[in-house]
Every structure is written in C-alpha cells, then in structure tokens.
Design a protein around this ligand. Structure first.
Ligand code: PTJ
Length: 266
C-alpha cells in the first residue's frame, strides 16, 4: 500500500515516511479526506515535541480507556478517514476485544467515503460496520457539523465512545450527553483533548496496538478491579503531565541548542 516511493529501512525517518505513504495512498481510495493530510502534519509536529514515544501518562490513559470500554454496556469505536487509513486492523481487533461496535462517522462527507472506509474495515475483518449510508438516521443536535448524523444502534445509544483523532466540538457534545469519551490526540491543547473524559496524548499508530493489548490483558479482571482503575485515573493530571513532558523536552533541547543528538549521541 504505497505510492511507489521506495523507502530504505536505514532512512532515519523510514517509519514516518511509510505512514505518510499509507495516508497519501488513501486519498486515492477516498478513505482519507484531503484535510486528513493537514491533520496528520499537525499531529507530527506535536509528536516531535513528545519525542515520538508513548509516555507514562499516555500509558495510564490507555489502561483507563481499556477499562472503560470493557465496563461499557454499549461501547462504540467511531472511525474516520485517518483512523481507517492508519490502523483499521487494530480498530477491528479492539472491537473484538471489548465488544465495541464500529461506526463510520465523518466530518467531510464526500460521496463514496463512508463506503470506502467500510470496505477497508471489512477487509480488516469487521463483520458489522454501522453508520454507512441510510443507516445513519439519528441526529445529535448539539453537534454543529456533519458528524451530527449518527447510527441509532451506535454512537446515539453508546455509553462509551472512542474517537481516535478528530476535530472540534463533538467530544464536548457527547460528554454533555452523559457519554464517556475516549480521545486519541497528539495535541493536548485541542478541544477534543481538553473535553474528552480520557485523553490519550499519543500517536494513534502507537496507541492503537497498545489499547488492543491492554483490553486483552484487562479482559480477565472483575468489574470492581476495572472500576478501581477508572476511579484512580485523573485526566487533568495526565493531560498536564503530557504538556509538561513537551515543555521540558523543548526546554532541555533549546538549552543544548541541538535537536538531533537526543539519543545520547555527542
Ligand atoms: O475523515 P473525516 O472526514 O472525519 O476527517 C478527519 C479529520 C482528521 C480530517 C478531521 O477530523 C480534522 O480536520 O481534524 P483536525 O481538526 O485537523 O484535528 C485532528 C487532530 O488530530 C489534531 O489535534 C492533530 O494534532 C491530531 N492528530 C493528527 N494525526 C494524529 C493525531 N493524533 C494522534 N495520532 C495521529 N496520528
């Protein structure tokens, strides 16, 4: 799945280039909105500040997120173009591990996109995909974008919704409706990151497989233990720590006056 650019494994940014290749490929398949490329670029900038690694607060948020999904009665994974292009297989595995439904929900509703995303999810093993075409008949009036149209069997009745990277006002509206919102967003300052109940400040590419393995690990835990994990988690603390990690890294690097020697090279 590439645009034909050969990426040498020894290239220091090989993984990042391959991810970009996946995204640009999916502009052609209609899975990705063009704006998805811009969104990814913004994410990459924050990932540099994070050190391109999953941090301790992100790991805690992942554990809390897995617990919340396992405790939910109607968990739903909301899939947009970027999530489908970056980690369709993990979204399907997560849905199996937690019993969450997969629903396509888009900001940019160009013709053919929902169906293209459904196809990618089915190819990755999904048996049921909500929210496509006529299935999205319910409306959430508090959401002021095309994301307001949802599936009555999915986001509309969900008690826990995972929203991997996205724009705007939806997290706020869903939380106001009493739902638990789990967001994955590299930008801890975004509206989504700030309003979500559990914010995983990490690259979706790294966080998604960790979320799957954490859900599989916690599956054997009793409800009391899962509630214990959730009640000891503080999203504002985790968000604050993520910001401090970025701030301290930038501060340390700016004092040294170099960036590329972060791995201990002198
Ligand atoms: O597929 P659609 O039509 O639903 O549209 C999806 C996008 C992502 C284009 C749309 O929701 C959008 O425009 O989002 P924004 O406003 O650009 O916000 C995306 C957020 O995700 C930003 O805060 C980015 O920093 C963050 N982000 C980008 N790539 C990643 C990421 N967070 C985690 N992992 C990433 N790989």
């Amino acid at each position: 799945m590439s645009n034909g650019t050969h990426v040498d494994d020894r290239h220091p940014r090989a993984e990042s280039i391959r991810t970009r290749e996946r995204l640009t490929h999916h502009v052609g398949t209609r899975v990705l909105a063009l704006a998805g490329l811009i969104a990814h670029g913004r994410g990459e900038a924050f990932d540099y500040m994070l050190g391109e690694a999953t941090t301790e607060p992100a790991k805690r948020a992942i554990t809390a997120a897995a617990a919340a999904m396992l405790l939910a009665e109607h968990p739903v994974i909301s899939v947009n173009g970027n999530a489908a292009a970056l980690c369709a297989e993990d979204m399907v595995r997560l849905s199996r591990a937690t019993g969450a439904k997969l629903e396509v929900n888009l900001f940019h509703r160009q013709p053919g996109r929902e169906e293209a995303i459904e196809a990618v999810l089915r190819e990755a093993g999904a048996e049921e995909v909500l929210g496509v075409g006529d299935a999205a008949t319910a409306r959430i009036n508090e959401i002021h974008s095309d994301r307001r149209t949802v599936d009555p069997r999915g986001i509309y009745v969900a008690d826990v919704v995972l929203v991997p990277l996205e724009d705007g006002d939806r997290a706020e509206a869903l939380v106001r409706m009493g739902k638990t919102v789990i967001a994955v967003d590299l930008n801890p300052l975004s509206r989504t990151a700030q309003y979500a109940s559990i914010t995983i400040v990490d690259n979706l590419v790294r966080a998604a497989p960790l979320l799957v393995s954490e859900a599989e690990r916690l599956k054997g835990f009793g409800a009391d233990e899962l509630h214990g994990i959730l009640s000891s988690y503080s999203n504002s603390e985790a968000l604050g720590e993520s910001m401090r990690i970025m701030e301290e890294r930038l501060h340390a690097l700016s004092r040294k006056g170099v960036y590329l020697r972060i791995d201990g090279e002198e």
